[in-house]
Design a protein around this ligand. Structure first.
Ligand SMILES: Nc1nc2c(ncn2[C@@H]2O[C@H](COP(=O)(O)OP(=O)(O)OP(=O)(O)O)[C@@H](O)[C@H]2O)c(=O)[nH]1
Length: 352
């Protein structure tokens, strides 16, 4: 989607919360998806997993010290330039912030990047369920970090009981604003939450891999609650740009990712609009309809604790109701605000 753009996910969380473990899980379950990684230090990352994922040659160590202190935006761009070269063939890039890094700065750096091959892939904040209270006491900035996250992973769910986990979830939910919140053990989140998985050639989507089988038992304990929901919407009826924007502007907490294509019908008959939303971040990329292809709106919505039935209903009410409901030219203005124009970035992505 805007198919060549590579999502850049920022992975943050306090020392020992389980960032590296989560990253290793992603690498292990990546299979056909090529993940590029930027970390301060490769010490803890399973090089085996990286070899399996074919990543070793394409990762960049930033040396010692805090990434956001050690590099400025132009240096980050240098690394991103290397990782996004077409011959490297990455599908997603994950920047693991050191435990002490200011995630907001990293996110700003990614958003300020002039690299046209990347798109912001969200800020994932990892929290240690067992240490949450103590971490907040020692590091009051935790609350602020959670407030800007797009997805919060409450890790080490295996170390606390159901009740304690529910308390952490409530507190995190209160602090995390619009972020989706999921719990996990050993960082075992579904990679689909973070990026689109590439299904390797010869493999059927949904087929279990060796890893799935090996970790199936543990995974049964890794998801004490249904972690997230995915819902798809496909329709040959064009959407009304004003109503879709009203839906997107008020999208519920927990709706973490939206991806797909939108047909705005008469409002722009030449183009379909690739939509990419992660957390608060939203972009539309118009592109000409491929010749001979059915004009369909196709959306996938992924979130935690969302009301799928309500979302379906709201999306259905965005459909255009015949010629009397045809959008006028001005009704596209709301959409066009989210079409990227070179340097300019919409300001509402991050709170000040
Ligand atoms: N019980 C339990 N231990 C975990 C879990 N996730 C990670 N660990 C352990 O917690 C320790 C820290 O995990 P890391 O993944 O290194 O944490 P990190 O956030 O990358 O740590 P820094 O790089 O130091 O910031 C390791 O010993 C992990 O094995 C979990 O879900 N449950």
């Amino acid at each position: 989607m805007s198919t060549q753009q590579i999502p850049v996910v920022v992975l943050a969380g306090f020392l020992g919360s389980g960032k590296t473990t989560l990253l290793n899980h992603l690498l292990r379950s990546a299979r056909g998806t090529r993940i590029g990684v930027m970390v301060n230090d490769f010490g803890d990352i399973g090089i085996d997993a990286m070899t399996v994922a074919g990543q070793v040659g394409s990762t960049v160590s930033l040396g010692n010290g805090c990434l956001c202190c050690a590099v400025d935006a132009s240096e980050l761009d240098t690394y991103l330039e290397v990782l996004t070269r077409p011959e490297v063939g990455l599908d997603v890039i994950v920047i693991e912030a050191s435990g002490l890094a200011e995630p907001q700065e990293l996110v700003r750096m990614v958003l300020a990047s002039e690299n046209e091959r990347i798109v912001y892939g969200g800020l994932v904040q990892v929290v240690d369920a067992a240490e949450f209270g103590a971490t907040r006491e020692r590091h009051p900035e935790t609350d602020r970090h959670l407030g800007i996250a797009d997805l919060v992973v409450i890790n080490k769910a295996d170390r606390v009981g159901e009740e304690a986990l529910a308390v952490v979830r409530d507190t995190v939910g209160g602090l995390a604003g619009r972020a989706a919140v999921i719990s996990a053990a050993y960082g075992r989140v579904d990679p689909e939450l973070l990026f689109d998985r590439v299904v390797p050639e010869g493999e059927i989507e949904g087929q279990m891999s060796i890893e799935d089988i090996l970790y199936a038992d543990e995974d049964a304990h890794a998801h004490p609650h249904a972690a997230y929901e995915t819902l798809s919407h496909a329709s040959a009826v064009p959407l009304h740009p004003r109503r879709l924007m009203a839906f997107l502007d008020s999208r519920p907490e927990g709706l973490y990712r939206i991806k797909g294509f939108v047909d705005f019908g008469a409002a722009d008959p030449a183009n379909r609009y690739v939509v990419h939303a992660v957390g608060r971040f939203l972009r539309f990329y118009p592109e000409p309809w491929p010749a001979g292809e059915d004009r369909l709106t196709q959306l996938v919505l992924i979130g935690s604790a969302v009301d799928a039935a309500a979302l379906r209903k709201e999306l259905a009410s965005c459909a255009q109701n015949g010629p009397q409901d045809a959008p006028d030219e001005q009704s596209m203005w709301g959409v066009l605000r989210y079409v990227p124009r070179s340097e300019e970035e919409p300001s509402e992505v991050l709170p000040d």
